[in-house]
Ligand binder design. Structure first.
Ligand code: NAP
Length: 297
């Protein structure tokens, strides 16, 4: 009934579907250019079934031969614990990344050098403009500084959490009247915001990626108001090594905010609320769906 690829989110409460083939950005389609006897794009281009993030095949030089690769870029607004971890996962998965922070691109040169030729740094506007998906991963208090225009029409992934001690008081969040990702969505009216990556500690995020179909693959919850954007976000998350569980619209994002059962705790080998002190352990989609259901306001 729910025979979907792992790039499509499992709906909250559903059983894990049979995994489909792994999307492979950077995958080789042919090792020779047209005109030298090869059939360009022989086989099925992974872009054909990928989400909006994948721009389609392009020829690139690699080790002396021309190869056809699928191109896609992840833009990062914020390059701290979570932003840099996502950048490493993205580069490992064959994506290009454009990093940004509040202090300027020159302050990211060390990280860019570590990440290699797929990475560059820019302003927040440049990262927003370059990204096929853009992740906003900054302290919540700065959300109104996120550039609006270059993100219009894009899937924007929001990792932010509300911590009053760090961010100051937001009465509408304290009262439960709205959620932090809805605030970002209101700021980015012409973008499609998907909440993701906010409930996993960055060290566990770094440790838990697995290929699609692996028995110990971990799932992450997502929420969003736009179905296509959720598929796009799930494609990215799948490419980075995780399944997804759809928690519903952004208004349901509270189910995986700080203090809920699914916040940090499932991704540890001992399943403790002191999750930052414990090594990573995988958490499958069924567990994540159960924990989302157990959340209480
Ligand atoms: N740490 C975790 O394990 C974790 C897990 C899940 C979710 N989160 C949430 O994800 C968000 C980021 O967390 P983090 O731990 O990665 O934070 P972090 O390490 O403090 O990094 C924050 C990043 O945001 C940048 N930044 C701040 N204001 C900005 C602005 N106006 N424009 C562009 N960039 C800006 C900072 O740049 P500068 O350094 O140049 O100021 C820095 O690169 C937070 O909301 C956090 O609650 C964190």
């Amino acid at each position: 009934m729910f025979a979907r690829s792992p790039a499509r989110p499992l709906l909250f409460g559903q059983r894990h579907a049979t995994p489909g083939p792994l999307h492979s950005p950077g995958g080789r389609l042919s090792t020779r250019a047209p005109g030298r006897g090869a059939v360009a794009g022989r086989g099925r281009c992974p872009c054909a079934r990928a989400g909006a993030g994948f721009r389609g095949p392009a020829w690139k030089e690699s080790r002396g031969s021309r190869v056809l690769v699928c191109m896609a870029t992840l833009g990062l607004i914020g390059s701290g614990h979570i932003g840099s971890t996502l950048a490493r996962l993205a580069v490992d998965a064959g994506l290009d990344v454009v990093l940004s922070n509040s202090r300027g691109p020159e302050t990211l040169s060390e990280l860019v050098a570590e990440l290699g030729p797929r990475a560059r740094a820019g302003t927040a506007e440049e990262a927003a403009a370059a990204g096929d998906w853009v992740v906003v991963t900054i302290p919540l208090k700065a959300y109104q500084q996120v550039p609006v225009e270059p993100l219009a029409g894009k899937t924007v992934i929001d990792t932010n959490n509300y911590y009053p001690d760090r961010d100051g008081k937001f009465p509408a969040l304290d009262s439960g009247e709205t959620t932090s990702s809805e605030l970002l969505q209101r700021h980015l009216k012409r973008s499609q915001v998907v909440k993701a990556f906010n409930n996993i500690y960055f060290k566990h995020l770094a440790a838990l990626p697995r290929p699609a179909g692996a028995a110990d693959r971990t799932a992450l919850p997502i929420a969003g108001d736009d179905a296509t954007a959720k598929v796009n976000a799930a494609e990215l998350i799948n490419t980075l090594g995780f399944d997804t569980v759809d928690a519903g619209p952004l208004a349901e994002g509270w189910r995986f905010e700080p203090g809920t059962p699914v916040y940090g705790t499932p991704y540890t080998e001992k399943s403790t609320s002191h999750f930052v002190d414990v090594p990573a352990g995988p958490a499958a989609a069924d567990r994540i769906a159960e924990d989302l259901a157990a959340a209480k306001h």
